[in-house]
Design a protein around this ligand. Structure first.
Ligand code: HEC
Ligand code: HEC
Length: 277
């Protein structure tokens, strides 16, 4: 992506000011490896998980389930998994049994095209659909601690499995829209996702090392602001960073963007819940 044109020369200067001379990124500790993109039109030469750009301490925290602050949500999710709810008096486990078996791989597939609502849905949406359709229970609020807990629990069953997104067939149109969103400038800073995450990964931005903005670790614990956030919440934090309007939780724009992010990170291992600075 060519970033310096007369039109955005001011932006380039501003960005250059924000980016300190990026210190070389620490070498992976043996567990983080780049993935070669399959698609010819992929914006990255190598696909790296955000894990690669974290300090040794942060990586160790992610790797140790007892030290990973987001694991409290996993434990809560484990309890919800077998908790009976709704008119049908069923729990998730009544139908799905042992999550380690039935949910293995689920965290690699989403967002998926859902024909009934004719749009892409993520794991959070899928859980709520099961509650509504199969349990006769009220869907949880997006952003609720229940949904956060179960989405961490479900996605972690795919720990280490490779992200294999759906971007063709009925998903293609939504993928295209996500890509357009990703590359469109917005907000007072007039910047697109691609400016920070395709071009400047590895550089410092206000004390943080910019990553490629991959989604394979979400929901993830963020040391700033010190809580576990969903992918949608992380994307909104980035929109706010460029002084653009955040997207409504569960909106089509957000799901299209999640679809594009999954393609961009195709082949990365699921790391939920990741720990990030
Ligand atoms: C009455 C049975 C039933 C209950 C209870 C139920 N589900 Fe489901 N679930 C299904 C069926 C059937 C599917 C497959 C649906 C489809 O393909 O359209 C499914 C699909 C899923 C998927 C997608 C799996 C994949 O590999 O793509 C997830 C995730 C999921 N359920 C999570 C949950 C959670 C979490 C709960 C508890 C809150 C739950 N389900 C409760 C029947 C149920
Ligand atoms: C001004 C630069 C900037 C822009 C523009 C920006 N981000 Fe970010 N983004 C960041 C910073 C800083 C972080 C935290 C450090 C990191 O992971 O890069 C971050 C983190 C992320 C992460 C988490 C990555 C991980 O491994 O934890 C995702 C996903 C993400 N951004 C997606 C987006 C999307 C989608 C857009 C466009 C809507 C966007 N970003 C626009 C600066 C930006």
């Amino acid at each position: 992506m060519k970033i310096i044109t007369p039109r955005n020369c001011r932006l380039a200067m501003m960005l250059a000011g924000m980016l300190l001379a990026g210190a070389a990124v620490a070498e992976p500790d043996g567990k983080s490896e780049p993935v070669a993109p399959k698609a010819k039109d992929h914006p990255l030469k190598e696909i790296w998980s955000g894990y690669h750009f974290q300090s040794e301490e942060t990586r160790a925290q992610q790797d140790d389930a007892d030290a990973n602050p987001a694991m409290e949500h996993y434990k809560a999710g484990e309890k919800f998994w077998s908790k009976v709810a709704g008119k049908s008096k069923k729990s998730c486990s009544s139908c799905h049994g042992d999550a380690a078996k039935s949910m293995r791989g689920a965290g690699t597939r989403f967002p998926l095209y859902y024909p009934i609502s004719k749009r892409m849905i993520n794991v959070e949406d899928r859980i709520n659909l099961c509650r509504e359709k199969f349990m006769g229970a009220k869907p949880w609020d997006l952003g609720s601690k229940e949904l956060l807990a179960l989405s961490v629990f479900v996605k972690r069953q795919s720990l280490g499995a490779r992200v294999t997104p759906q971007t063709s067939g009925p998903a293609a149109n939504f993928f295209d829209k996500g890509k357009t969103f990703y590359t469109t400038r917005r907000g007072q800073l007039d910047m697109a996702c691609t400016h920070c995450h395709d071009k400047y990964a590895g550089k410092k931005l206000r004390g943080l090392t910019l990553t490629q903005g991959q989604s394979n670790g979400y929901p993830a614990y963020r040391k700033t602001p010190g809580k576990t956030v969903s992918l949608g919440q992380q994307i909104n934090a980035c929109l706010i960073r460029v002084r653009a309007a955040p997207l409504a939780a569960g909106s089509e724009d957000l799901l299209n963007l999640e679809t594009y992010l999954a393609w961009r990170g195709q082949g990365l291992p699921v790391e939920t819940p990741a720990v990030r600075e």
